[in-house]
Each structure stands twice: as C-alpha cells, then as structure tokens.
Write a protein that binds this ligand. Structure first.
Ligand SMILES: C[S@@+](CC[C@H](N)C(=O)[O-])C[C@H]1O[C@@H](n2cnc3c(N)ncnc32)[C@H](O)[C@@H]1O
Length: 205
C-alpha cells in the first residue's frame, strides 16, 4: 500500500489510544525540548506528529509557535478535534510527506520526530529528510529524534523499520549536526508490551 494510504487507513480504523505508539504525555520529548534552553516564542515543528499529545503539553507549557506536520489528514484531524478552538488559533497544521514537503528556510528552532524517521527504509528518503531538517532549521537549531533502538522491534504498524543507536543515527545526519545527548526509553504500549526507543538530541552547527 502506498505510504499515505497506509497511514490514513490506520488513523481511520483505530482510535488515538489504540495505536502502539500512544502516550498520554510525551514526557521524554518534553524533557529534552526543555533541555534545549529555548524560550516559549521558539518555532517548533513536530514532524510526523500525527495525533500525538506532545502538542497539548507544549501549549500547556506556553509555547505559541507550534507546527504539526503529518502525511495523514486523519491523524491531524484527531489532534485538532482534541484541542478544540486552540487548534485553529495556536497551531499550524501541515499535511505533507516530510520527504517531499516544501517548508520555510531557516525558520524552526526545534525539529521533533518520534517514530517517523525509522520508517524510512530507502536511503534516498533518508537523505531528503536530513536535507529538509538542515534547510528549515535555523543555525544552532535543535533536533530531537526518537527511533526504535538497535535492539528494538523490527516492525511497527505492519511496516519494516530501521533501528538505530545514537552513533548510527548521528551518521545519518552527518557532521553538520552535533550529538548533544542520547537516552534510551522503554515505551509501554497500550497493550502492555514494551518498545525500546533511542532518543537523540542534535544541534545544527
Ligand atoms: C508511529 S506514528 C508516531 C506519531 C507521533 N510522532 C507520536 O509519537 O505519537 C508515525 C507517524 O508518522 C506519520 N508519517 C509516516 N510517514 C511520514 C512521512 N513520510 N511524512 C510525514 N509523516 C509521516 C504517520 O502518519 C504517523 O502519524
């Protein structure tokens, strides 16, 4: 199935709490975003944010320049409905494939991705993704990436993934980015199973 059709089908057949990646709060992401030292006027994009609750927590923390990008219109609609009026007033929503998206240059202070990059199993897609991140981030901008760990699951949502440790993920981004910190996390899925994640925080030089 084509990439967009796959994700539209997931979000139209399951509720937001019925997917393995669901978190009531994106605690680790929020913790690292706070570590960056940005202030609440910073521009943050959640790439492949889908229906994630990270956006709710960022709004609650007072951040006001927020963008959520996702390939699935249905996913974005779930988050919009949940947020109500704040969705239209305080968040920019972009329906796009990140490997093809046209985004403003040197605009964002923070690029966040949890469980999206690891679905890019084709090197050309990963190259386009990294070019996009490099292009849209301001110099000194921050990237927070969460992928399945090197000993994590081989598949998610019926799709193959590429698993990473911090060094392997850093190699994808190259010397234009400095690895600031990394963390491992055992994510408890709603089905009482565990998924091992690697979180990396890079800074654009
Ligand atoms: C496993 S989910 C993670 C969602 C969210 N980041 C979270 O942590 O809850 C993967 C998300 O990436 C989106 N996605 C997959 N491939 C994408 C692409 N090439 N461009 C943009 N979004 C994509 C999917 O629609 C889905 O919302």
């Amino acid at each position: 199935m084509e990439r967009k059709a796959h994700w539209e089908s997931i979000y139209t057949t399951k509720t937001q709490t019925e997917v393995s990646w669901y978190q009531p709060h994106a605690a680790k992401s929020l913790e690292i975003i706070k570590h960056t030292g940005i202030n609440t006027s910073a521009h943050i994009v959640d790439v492949g944010g889908g229906a994630s609750t990270l956006i709710d927590d960022l709004l609650a923390e007072g951040f006001r320049n927020l963008t959520v990008l996702d390939i699935s219109a249905a996913a974005l609609e779930v988050a919009r409905q949940r947020l109500g009026a704040r969705a239209a007033q305080e968040v920019t929503w972009i329906e796009a494939d990140i490997t093809q998206a046209v985004l403003p240059r040197h605009y964002f202070d923070v690029w966040h991705d949890r469980a999206v990059f690891h679905f890019l199993t084709v090197a050309d897609d990963r190259r386009r993704y990294v070019n996009a991140a490099n292009d849209v981030l301001k110099p000194g901008g921050h990237i927070i990436m969460a992928t399945f760990a090197s000993d994590g699951a081989l598949r998610c949502s019926g799709l193959e993934v590429v698993r990473y440790n911090p060094e392997k993920l850093h190699a994808e981004f190259g010397d234009a980015f400095e690895l600031i910190e990394s963390h491992e996390e055992n994510h408890q899925t709603p089905f009482d199973t565990t998924q091992k994640f690697t979180y990396c925080f890079f800074r654009k030089r």
